[in-house]
Design a protein around this ligand. Sequence first.
Ligand SMILES: CC(C)(COP(=O)(O)OP(=O)(O)OC[C@H]1O[C@@H](n2cnc3c(N)ncnc32)[C@H](O)[C@@H]1OP(=O)(O)O)[C@@H](O)C(=O)NCCC(=O)NCCS
Length: 179
Amino acid sequence: MGTDKDARTKLFKDSADDKSYIIRKCTFEDLELVKDVNEKELPEDYPFFFYKSILDNYPESFLIACSKEDTSKVIGYVMWRIERTPSKNSLRLVNKGHLVSIAVSQEYRRLGIASALLSSSMSKIKSHSTNEYVLEVRVSNYGAISLYQGFNFKTEGIKKKYYRDGENAYYMVFKVDHD
Ligand SMILES: CC(C)(COP(=O)(O)OP(=O)(O)OC[C@H]1O[C@@H](n2cnc3c(N)ncnc32)[C@H](O)[C@@H]1OP(=O)(O)O)[C@@H](O)C(=O)NCCC(=O)NCCS
């Protein structure tokens, strides 16, 4: 016999085709719930003011996924920031979209929610004349690596002991065609 959680997940999966979740912009009121999802799903925790500063500076690409039935319930989020760095070929500074964090609650995974969050947010961060999208991911995080490869991110290097626990990160980059 299935548990309540199994039933909820099944219901969600069955209706995933007509998208039983919604993607919307994060608001100040959502931030504590975003922080809760982050703390459950990732070892990297951030203080509240960090989320607030990302929301203040990059509100258009700070997106959350919610259940359509309860749009205040946060089940996933994505946040980006912009970095200005010298171009490889000249002294000109270029904008890079840096993925700060993405997570989806365990019981709602493999429904396309992270993909929907990524594609919607990447199109928003483009308004900053972004030439590249970049991110770090734990070398052991096969699920996330596979997600990013699906978005054409390529591994450009390894950042040794990038994480506090000493794990290495892959540095992955997706270059925008018009650069
Ligand atoms: C990584 C994460 C965000 C993916 O969220 P998701 O909503 O389940 O992802 P999607 O359903 O959009 O998956 C899209 C594709 O990515 C790949 N993928 C995602 N999770 C995967 C996994 N666990 N194993 C293998 N491939 C995976 C698959 O190709 C998948 O397509 P498919 O389901 O048709 O096979 C989610 O597992 C998560 O929150 N993990 C913990 C937090 C984390 O690691 N964040 C990334 C930090 S860099």
